[in-house]
Write a protein that binds this ligand. Structure first.
Ligand SMILES: [Zn+2]
Length: 52
């Protein structure tokens, strides 16, 4: 699970997926509809944090 931040409205949202599988996949912001490249806007890798 990743935490993403929209480059346009700065809202944060969760995305179910792993960084290694993303490539240049895009996601549409659930708040404003802006599409952005997921891996460029990851705030936090929630999976990794939880393992500690
Ligand atoms: Zn947005």
């Amino acid at each position: 699970m990743l935490l993403l931040q929209c480059p346009r409205c700065k809202q944060r949202m969760r995305y179910e997926g792993r960084t290694i599988l993303l490539g240049s996949k895009r996601k549409e912001c659930v708040y404003c509809g802006q599409a952005f490249i997921i891996k460029d806007h990851i705030v936090q890798d929630i999976d990794r944090k939880n393992k500690v």
